[in-house]
Design a protein around this ligand. Sequence first.
Ligand code: CFM
Ligand code: HCA
Length: 532
Amino acid sequence: MKERDILLEKYSSRVFKNRKNHVTQLELGEEPDTITANTRTIPGIVTERGCCYAGCKGVVVGPMKDVVTITHGPIGCAFYSWGTRRNKAKPSYEGEQNFIPYSFCTDMRPTDIVFGGEKKLEDGIDEIMQLFHPKCIFICSTCPIGLIGDDVQAVARRVEKKYGITAIGFSCEGYKGVSQSAGHHIANNGLMRQVIGVGDKKPKTKYSLNILGEYNIGGDGWEQERILKRIGYEIVSVFTGDGSFETMKNSHLADLNLVMCHRSINYVAQMMKTKYGIDWLKVNFIGVGATCKSLRMIAQYFDDPELIARTEEVIADELSLISDEIEYYKSKLKGKTAGIFVGGSRAHHYQLLLRDFGMETIIAGYEFAHRDDFEGRDIISQIKPDADSKNIEEITVSPDENLYRERYTAEEIEALKAKGIELDTYDGMFPDMEKGYVAVDDYNLFETDELIKSMKPDIFFSGIKDKYSIQKAGVVSRQMHSYDYSGPYAGFNGAVNFGRDITMSIYTNAWALTTPPWKVAPLLGGKIGGEA
Ligand code: CFM
Ligand code: HCA
């Protein structure tokens, strides 16, 4: 019996009916493998998903360093989204504002819930203006704000008028949509409307780039910038790791958009293409081979022999600096297997880095990805919108009369694509996996445990919520969101850090010496899904 079927068999018929569509054991046959994604979680199933507020405040807008982002809601929401995500930032010039070390919150109390919190929010913003003088303020709503009807957009408009700054109110209440993904979309819609395109500072050099969907976790973005700058590119703006309002305003003037995490931002890339004519290229700087491939595609896009030669020079030099260490770690890791359960793009990106070390990812799961993240961008037209997805606004843009600038004609784009430059698209995770490997959408703790038991990966990558139960069961587990406070893992130097960290983990046999309490005595009896 296949591992997927062993797992699903343990569910009650009701849960089975739902979950069978979210767990796919790849066939890679004539018929394409499919999966159901971005739908409601079964209540009580112990999902690993987060909320819409987390996706908007924690993921997309929070990392912008010169913006004060205020959480309108209970202090717990602000505290939990403060610093846990490891989006690093530092001022890029003397005197640049950096509010990342601060947590701003209206600290809504029961009386505020009863009488309304708009006044408290406005008072808080007055205080922020007096103390910090930001040029931009974001207000992020938590669950109670939508329930009591505070109008954060109206407050933002009043703040703009009063102080002559940019202010955006995000209605990203935790319960909106089915996961963090809704929050990404709400955040990006606001940035598209009020930030991108309002500046006029042109890039200074010949080839300029934005990096979209790079949040600088553990310094990943800095390693990417280091390599790209070494080749000679100018980085106009990073969305949003170590990013800023000041640079994002000018991002529409860059030559090309690179897309790292397509899940959280692909629609922005597409809107910027329509509105400003900027082409976008899906890149992956996780993995040595993946980094080289991405760098080569970028150079080929600009089609300049000097740039292509410089790219090869930098690649050769970077490889010569890391190859001994990579080979050493590869000799330790070759043939080992992994499971990766993370948000919406890393479960794919990290498969390529693991392959650099001769490792295979036999189980890969996403918390909140959409079908295209598994199956490729081409299937987007087949996704039927449902009540939940229709609740999240899709904005339509058209070419900007003054700012639209076509970089290449449609024929030239086709010629570039024919040369293997993967413009305006991505393939998803399935094509990088092998027959028999298991992919899971909206994985839960039970499925994690069961798949580890049946497929026995040597190491499992996931998050803070599940890491320790996996370790207690005697399996090596590392956090793939926070890198267990290590990193960077991107680019050439990041690959070495990653090889070192997982070699240390796999060769620490402490986990194999533990006997989890539930192996001695059963803690709970019963069946999942409410039957008997
Ligand atoms: Fe993109 Fe991310 Fe991810 Fe994501 Fe996230 Fe994250 Fe993640 Mo945690 S933006 S989808 S919402 S790569 S916070 S930096 S690690 S779940 S796989
Ligand atoms: C989030 C943020 C998170 C959580 C990480 C984890 C992150 O989803 O709100 O569960 O370990 O990367 O910090 O994904």
